[in-house]
Design a protein around this ligand. Structure first.
Ligand SMILES: *[C@@H]1O[C@H](CO)[C@@H](O)[C@H](O)[C@H]1NC(C)=O
Ligand SMILES: *[C@@H]1O[C@H](CO)[C@@H](O)[C@H](O)[C@H]1NC(C)=O
Ligand SMILES: *[C@@H]1O[C@H](CO)[C@@H](O)[C@H](O)[C@H]1NC(C)=O
Ligand SMILES: *[C@@H]1O[C@H](CO)[C@@H](O)[C@H](O)[C@H]1NC(C)=O
Ligand SMILES: *[C@@H]1O[C@H](CO)[C@@H](O)[C@H](O)[C@H]1NC(C)=O
Ligand SMILES: *[C@@H]1O[C@H](CO)[C@@H](O)[C@H](O)[C@H]1NC(C)=O
Length: 496
């Protein structure tokens, strides 16, 4: 999430994965360590503000707020004015970089649309309320966000004098990939087509399949690599049993706080194991996605597996430690903070100035109230240990937002989301669902379908949202072909 990012979708709640824009710095958000607060960057020439309602579902509520958007008319056919592209913002700051980058920008050269991007409420600089207290977060829902997009489209039609038969095509990757499909589903009179990348359409409280795909990716790279992770993890189990072992864990994994003081706190221990699995999960999710940051750091599955199979580093636990050191280094952290309470302190902070206001707190809220998506260690066989189950994540919802966010509440919330949107039974046309087989999120999306009106493309070997970034000569033939197919679908919808 360097500054921006579209395609985050968290490796876990509070750990907003490794997300960033296609262009800039690498950021690794880990538990309890959400990273530096973004500096205010110079506003982009594309930046504008839009007056939005706070509560779309209560006409008596007249409160308004300023929502940020970006607009680029460089390709716009000002004679016909009949195509508009809208990039949907998600669970992080929106970035102006997308206004001149990515595959949608290449498509724009052919279809001559006006290009918009709307930042999601409660993220980035789009602040609907004075703080993000639990009370004020009630207006943070995907339904409100979709309604924001609807009002935005209506207003832009007028403001930019778009043709009465204008065709709006929406784009989104990750959570916004789901929003893109849902926009076409709920507002077909406004949205003509949607490119939905890596969108988890099915809300699911316990999501152990996530780590299964991560393991599979390691196994595909090499069986020896996945086995080394498993052996290394069981060596940790053994060392944690006695004090000498605990001290060597402190050292090897550069822990900020001595684990012997935490050994009786299962929440700290869970968070430690979870952090180690995230080292792998984050890299798998974004493997070879062409973002400048991941390319520069060469953080790939092959890289991690080359460490895990390097016998010169010593036994498997030392290789796990080497992977951990590499990831600490790339995120400029000097030690691994695994303390549950430190994480809570950050995620409980309700100020817009807090680090977690970059999205960690808000996205955690959306998982607790709409989606779940908890990447538990309950899948068997498991190479990352079995220390973080669903209870661990439910407890976080309660510890951060209040006791009423209990298991019953979460179960109901997830069921409600699937009733409102239909989960994988969504009925739409003019939507293309795109996924990467390496991306663990594909498990919760549509990857094959008989519906020719809403086709699915599963790109073999591709990661999260890969098709959205700028093309590279190193792209696989499958990824190159997918970009062309998507363009052909859009052409058929627009049919100029
Ligand atoms: C994004 O677009 C800008 C402006 O054209 C360009 O300078 C930048 O290099 C692009 N980013 C990438 C990753 O290509
Ligand atoms: C813009 O639209 C008009 C009217 O449909 C069309 O004649 C013209 O060729 C278009 N211009 C470009 C650059 O595509
Ligand atoms: C990236 O890492 C892999 C595995 O260690 C290595 O084979 C490759 O040469 C590296 N690439 C670059 C550009 O450093
Ligand atoms: C880490 O520090 C280096 C040097 O100061 C800087 O270039 C880089 O952007 C930083 N990375 C992150 C993730 O903050
Ligand atoms: C919340 O974060 C802000 C900004 O970092 C800080 O000034 C404030 O003390 C924090 N509040 C609490 C209650 O920790
Ligand atoms: C969850 O909380 C509600 C009140 O918010 C309560 O009625 C219910 O009994 C709780 N369920 C469990 C399983 O604790």
């Amino acid at each position: 999430m360097g500054r921006p990012h579209f395609c985050i979708l968290l490796v876990v709640v509070f750990l907003i994965g490794i997300l960033d824009s296609p262009v800039d710095g690498y950021r690794y958000f880990r538990h309890g360590r959400l990273g530096k607060k973004l500096e205010d960057s110079k506003p982009s020439k594309f930046e504008r503000w839009f007056t939005q309602h706070l509560d779309h579902f209560n006409p008596n509520d007249e409160r308004e707020w300023q929502q940020r958007y970006f607009v680029n008319d460089e390709f716009f056919n000002t004679t016909s004015r009949n195509v508009a592209f809208l990039q949907i913002g998600g669970e992080g700051e929106a970035t102006a970089d997308w206004m001149t980058n990515g595959s949608w920008y290449l498509y724009a050269q052919d279809f001559k649309p006006i290009l918009f991007q709307l930042e999601h409420r409660y993220y980035g600089k789009s602040h609907p309320t004075e703080d993000i207290s639990t009370e004020n977060l009630v207006y943070l829902t995907s339904q409100q966000a979709l309604a924001d997009l609807a009002f935005f489209i209506e207003a832009m039609n007028e403001q930019y004098e778009l043709s009465s038969d204008v065709k709006w095509i929406v784009f989104g990757g990750s959570y916004p990939g789901s929003l893109a499909a849902w926009m076409r589903q709920k507002y077909p009179h406004l949205v003509h087509g949607a490119m939905s990348a890596s969108g988890p359409l099915l809300a699911k409280l316990d999501f152990p399949e996530y780590l299964r795909v991560v393991q599979d990716a390691l196994r595909t790279s090499s069986e020896e690599c996945a086995n080394a992770v498993k052996v290394g993890t069981s060596q940790i189990d053994t060392l944690l049993l006695h004090m000498v072992g605990q001290r060597s864990i402190d050292d090897k994994f550069k822990l900020c706080d001595k684990i012997e003081r935490s050994i009786d706190n299962p929440l700290d221990v869970s968070n430690f194991y979870l952090s180690l699995s995230d080292n792998f999960a984050g890299v798998v999710q974004y493997n070879h996605d062409n973002r400048a940051s991941t390319v520069k750091l060469n953080l790939t599955v092959e890289k991690l597996c080359s460490i895990m199979t390097d016998k010169s580093l010593g036994n498997e636990i030392n290789r796990l430690a080497a992977v951990n050191s590499l990831l600490l280094q790339t995120s400029n952290e000097t030690c691994l903070d695994y303390k549950y309470d430190n994480m809570l302190d950050e995620l409980r902070n309700t100020s817009w100035d807090a680090e977690a206001s970059e999205g960690g707190r808000q996205w955690t809220y959306q998982t607790c109230t709409e989606f779940g998506f908890y990447q538990t260690s309950t899948y068997k066989p498991q190479i990352f240990g079995d220390k973080f189950d669903l209870d661990f994540f439910v407890k976080q919802c309660q510890d951060i937002f209040g006791p009423e966010f209990n298991k019953t509440f979460l179960d109901n919330a997830v069921e409600r989301t699937n009733v409102l949107y239909g989960g994988l039974d969504i009925e739409v046309n003019n939507v293309v669902f795109v996924h990467g087989s390496l991306d663990p999120w594909h498990v919760l999306g549509i990857t094959q379908t008989e519906n020719t009106g809403a086709p699915a493309i599963l790109i073999k070997g591709a990661a999260h949202c890969s098709n959205m970034y700028n093309p590279s000569d190193n792209d696989t033939p499958q990824l190159k072909a997918a970009r062309v197919q998507i363009k052909d679908f859009i052409a058929s919808w627009i049919d100029l």
